[in-house]
Design a protein around this ligand. Structure first.
Ligand code: SF4
Ligand code: SF4
Length: 356
């Protein structure tokens, strides 16, 4: 059976306030928040972005959604999890301060921020699943305590997953630190000696103290490395390489299994939204540069995360007239969707419903 995916088309660089009004109308007209009942504690999961110059779902979308959830009698709050790598989002205190600086404060969203994985990212709930890689996944603890879930994701290219949208926001973004480490653990970086300038940036940022300098060249201790990719993100000299070819499939499988675990907690109690504007080659965590790889497309909404990501990916390729590997990273990129099908999680079969 085809899953419904609702879509609002955006002109390129259309004003967010205009799009937000149209999204609100769509949600009201189609009663898309009907999954939320009176007094439902509702987690609204998003990504606060790395800098204001880059792509992410702006606070006004969250304000509109929060108001809509309250209109259903629900009790919404914004939530996120800590990153594996060091930086402005690696613990609850810095992450919330960062969110406020990005405009996600109570005044602009009408919702408090409560981190889903506690102060240090280690508070978790073990969710049993019938996966192929796992029989249980480690999810941020708070997701086991809420009644409903709304996930707002920004579509981007991604150097390991091919693309990042709802499945990645669920699988990686809702995992505890342990869950994130399990997903990343098979990818290990190498240093290209000829390119390494010895600047030492990767040493400072490595969360595991796995990098040392030897004769002004970085050296990675593979035993300590957790495969988080922070050194890759921070090296300006292209001296860090990951063998994604050996691992992308494994990472994407693990992301999907974690996403399936999160969704198993919210059967019939969730809604997923993909924002397809300001689409960049790399995910919103990689904050160094921003280059739009396709004109803005719009906003998609569905109760099926797999159908939503499948429709989003198809629209990106149609709008660009190119495949995602031609636009971003040349790796197999439909594996997340195909693997979800293999697991019987969600549906790639969708009916696209355009709304004004
Ligand atoms: S950041 Fe890059 S160039 Fe600098 S030490 Fe690390 S690998 Fe070498
Ligand atoms: S060496 Fe490993 S643990 Fe350290 S930043 Fe790189 S990928 Fe992460």
């Amino acid at each position: 059976m085809s899953e419904k995916v609702y879509c609002i088309e955006a002109a390129d660089n259309e004003d967010d306030a205009v799009l937000c009004d149209r999204l609100m109308k769509l949600i009201q007209d189609e009663n898309l928040l009907a999954c939320i009942a009176d007094k439902d504690i509702t987690a609204v999961k998003t990504h606060f972005g790395e800098s204001k110059k880059l792509g992410y779902a702006r606070p006004l979308y969250l304000k509109m959604l929060g108001d809509g959830i309250k209109g259903q009698g629900g009790v919404p709050f914004l939530t996120e999890t800590s990153t594996l790598y060091k930086g402005s989002r690696s613990d609850a205190i810095r992450h919330i301060a960062h969110a406020h600086s990005q405009g996600f404060d109570y005044a602009s969203t009408g919702m408090p921020i409560i981190m889903a994985d506690g102060l240090y990212g280690d508070e978790e709930h073990v969710v049993p699943i019938n996966g192929k890689a796992y029989k249980a996944v480690h999810i941020a603890a708070l997701f086991a305590k809420c009644n409903a879930l709304v996930v707002v994701s920004h579509f981007t290219g991604h150097l390991a997953a091919g693309f990042g949208a709802t499945l990645k926001n669920l699988g990686m973004g809702c995992a505890s630190r342990k869950g994130k480490m399990e997903q990343h653990s098979t990818a290990k970086p190498k240093i290209v000696k000829k390119k390494c300038t010895g600047c030492g940036t990767c040493v400072v940022w490595c969360p595991q103290e796995a990098i040392t300098m030897n004769d002004d060249v970085a050296v990675i201790n593979a035993g300590k490395c957790i495969g988080c990719g922070q050194c890759l993100a921070m090296c300006r000299f292209d001296a860090v390489k990951f063998d994604w070819g050996a691992t992308y499939e494994d990472l994407q499988k693990k992301i999907v299994e974690h996403a399936m675990g999160v969704c198993s907690l919210y059967k019939g109690k969730s809604l997923f939204i993909n924002v397809l504007t300001r689409i960049s080659k790399d995910c919103d965590c990689m904050g160094h540069t921003f280059e739009k790889i396709v004109p803005d497309i719009g906003i998609l909404v569905s109760s099926d995360p797999v159908a939503l990501d499948a429709a989003s990916l198809d629209l990106v390729e149609q709008r660009a007239g190119k495949t995602l590997p031609q636009l971003a990273h040349d790796i197999p990129y439909r594996f997340q969707l195909d693997y979800a099908k293999e697991l019987g999680f969600g549906s790639q079969d969708y009916e696209l419903i355009w709304k004004n």
